[in-house]
Design a protein around this ligand. Structure first.
Ligand code: ASP
Ligand code: MG
Length: 327
């Protein structure tokens, strides 16, 4: 059960995460938690380092940023203990996550979760720091921004867990960022390939590298809200059936890039006119556009991202009937 930073933003969030893990254990599961740093902690730590030295050395920067997750893990483990359940907080290294020595973007070489399984077998809950491992010299290494997702996937694979839950502040993966379009359509089942396309086009719900690992290691993911028990989005080998031509609209704000992903792998070119017309009818200038096999990519002024994404969602996705596959 991986808890994102927004789910752990306050003490009540930490307690809620602990309650959720304990409740899951009481239903008969063994539970491993993976925690991110609280809210914007990582950004703040990086800023502090940069205030001291404009280009901080990668090794020390990893040591600093890793503390965000260390704090979360220790605190969450204590919150579990406060509920009367034995809990053990482990750093990535202590959890057996061995990496190469590429600070800031370390590659995981192997995972030896012996210490985790021992504690689970004694009836406890283990809380592991996300985002980090240990390099060949015993140094703390980090896995890149958003790396707690990768930690969760790697541990799930090494432990052979039934599920890997990604608990976050949205209730699943949506056809468009639900922070921009509050009632955006939620996808119930997404294939690894489609999730990879979405993450690579800018969807921030999951780290791209974590999706690649999940696909390569065959780990099914369940992205869901940490605040409710509503079923979220399952990512695996099955995908929703859709009548529409469009899978999703994703964007990268800093570069003004919007990607309209076609539902079919060869559906890109057929979408071009609809994409261009939609923005044209609202007078939004397109700086550059390109049709690729499975997508249409456009660039607009950065200040026009929000309105463009909303228009594209409304015109291309919202009205299409979606017969969801229920299992
Ligand atoms: N705390 C790290 C970050 O902000 C890792 C994560 O949250 O997954 O990038
Ligand atoms: Mg994240």
């Amino acid at each position: 059960m991986k808890f994102g930073g927004s789910s752990l933003a306050s003490m009540s969030g930490v307690r809620a995460a602990a309650r959720r893990m304990v409740a899951t254990q009481r239903r008969g599961h063994q539970v491993v938690g993976v925690v991110s740093a609280m809210a914007s902690t990582t950004d703040n730590l990086i800023q502090l380092a940069r205030d001291i030295l404009a280009k901080p050395p990668a090794r020390e920067l990893d040591l600093i940023t890793s503390t965000g997750e260390v704090f979360s893990a220790a605190l969450t483990a204590m919150a579990v203990r406060a509920l009367g359940t034995p809990a053990l907080a482990l750093t990535g290294g202590q959890a057996g996550i061995h990496t190469d020595d590429t600070f800031g973007a370390a590659r995981v070489l192997n995972v030896c979760p012996g210490r985790i399984t021992k504690f689970l077998d004694k009836g406890g809950i283990v809380v592991v720091t996300g985002f980090q491992g240990v390099g060949s010299w015993g140094d703390v290494t980090t896995l890149g921004r958003g790396g707690s997702d990768a930690t969760a996937v790697l541990l799930a694979a090494a432990l052979g867990t039934e599920t890997c839950e990604i608990l976050t502040d949205v209730d699943g993966v949506h056809a468009v960022d639900p922070r921009l379009v509050p009632n955006a359509r939620k996808l119930s089942q997404v294939s690894y390939l489609d999730m990879l396309r979405m993450a690579e086009a800018g969807a921030k719900v999951l780290q791209l590298c974590a999706v690649q690992l999940a696909r390569d290691l065959g780990v099914p993911l369940h992205v869901r809200s940490s605040f409710t028990n509503v079923e979220g989005t399952r990512i695996g080998t099955v995908k929703d059936k859709t009548d529409g031509l469009v899978l999703s609209v994703a964007y990268i704000r800093e570069s003004g890039k919007i990607t309209v992903l076609a539902a079919e792998p060869d559906g890109g070119p057929a979408l071009t006119t609809a994409v261009l017309d939609a923005l044209d009818s609202h007078g939004i200038p397109i700086l550059l556009s390109r049709a690729e096999t499975d997508r249409v990519v456009i660039f607009v002024d950065r200040t026009k991202i929000d309105s463009s994404v909303r228009i594209l969602y409304t015109r291309l996705i919202a009205h299409v009937e979606q017969p969801l596959v229920k299992n």
